[in-house]
Design a protein around this ligand. Structure first.
Ligand code: PAF
Length: 302
């Protein structure tokens, strides 16, 4: 039984960069959590965590929690959300807060269908940058912020797990409607990720004038699709936002570039694929995104 003085049991799924960043921030604030990994033999993860010129050696707890998980953070790739929830929801309390955190869209219905009736579903969209350069090495490469919003009806009526999320991935902003945030992030990912993955370049390359026309076209098409879902964006402002992100992360490789360089599955289906499906539903042609999608599907990962 959880008492009012006890900290809720926190579970963080996987060993991805954002999950390890959240676990590290909690550990540095003496807020213990459980890393929920696929390896049942792993009990502790020794992590060398670098943040603002400081090195920390952290011991992250990978034991399966004895108590029901009250807060489940699911910072896994979009294509792993279903499997992650299948595996870890049985370890969660009947009234747990479940927080998705990934690039792309298209997982919300599936996630809702897996929840028990008393569980609350949230989405956290973060701009923190973290680089995992080995199984035991993580660097906080870009200090960002996180926006948290409710997804299911129960979450809309409940208070958000704001304090813990702020400790893990703050500064935190809580919003009542997360969809505009997710669509804006989708625009950023639908331009930067496929282009950098195709060209095998760092994000900063896209700020060069030679890519401007293609980026404007991608954003124009994006805005047409977003509009059919009730999301209105000004193309010029959105184009500038995308270019600002590319400039602010100039020295980084995008997650899709890294996935393809390392021959891992990528999130193209949940980014460009999601957009193409939404366009098809609305009867809109988006040839610039279609072409990028086909080019990426035609080229085998490096
Ligand atoms: O997926 C990524 O890499 C990031 O979301 C972003 C913002 C494109 C920066 O690299």
């Amino acid at each position: 039984m959880k008492t009012s003085t006890q900290q809720p049991t926190i579970g963080i799924v996987g060993q991805g960069a954002v999950g390890l960043l959240a676990a590290s921030q909690l550990a540095l604030r003496h807020l213990p959590c459980h890393l929920l990994t696929r390896d049942p033999a792993l009990s502790v993860l020794v992590l060398n965590f670098r943040q603002q010129q400081q090195e920390h050696s952290l011991l992250l707890n990978c034991h399966k929690p004895q108590q029901p998980v009250q807060l489940l953070l699911v910072p896994v790739k979009a294509f792993s959300v279903g499997q992650a929830l299948q595996q870890w929801l049985p370890s969660c309390a009947a009234d747990a807060d479940i927080v998705l955190c990934h690039n792309g869209m298209g997982t919300l219905e599936l996630a809702q269908s897996k929840l028990q009736s008393g569980q609350k579903l949230w989405f956290a969209s973060t701009t923190h940058g973290a680089l995992k350069s080995g199984p035991h090495r993580l660097q906080h490469t870009g200090v960002g912020r996180t926006v948290l919003g409710p997804i299911n009806a129960l979450a809309c009526q409940s208070s958000p797990p704001a304090a813990l999320l702020a400790a893990a991935l703050g500064p935190l902003e809580v919003v009542t409607d997360i969809l505009p945030v997710l669509w804006q992030k989708l625009a950023i990912n639908a331009v930067i990720n496929p282009l950098t993955a195709l060209l095998m370049v760092k994000n900063g390359e896209l700020t060069k004038p030679q890519y401007r026309r293609q980026i404007e076209l991608l954003i124009h098409e994006f805005c047409l699709v977003a509009q059919t879902k009730g999301q209105t964006f000004d193309p010029q402002t959105l184009c500038q936002t995308v270019l600002d992100v590319a400039a602010n992360t100039a020295g980084n490789f995008s997650s899709m570039q890294q996935d393809r360089a390392l021959m891992r599955p990528d999130e193209l289906e949940f980014i460009t694929g999601f957009l193409l499906n939404a366009a098809a539903e609305a009867g809109i042609a988006i040839p610039a995104h279609q072409q990028l999608y086909q080019q990426l599907r035609a080229v085998k990962p490096a």
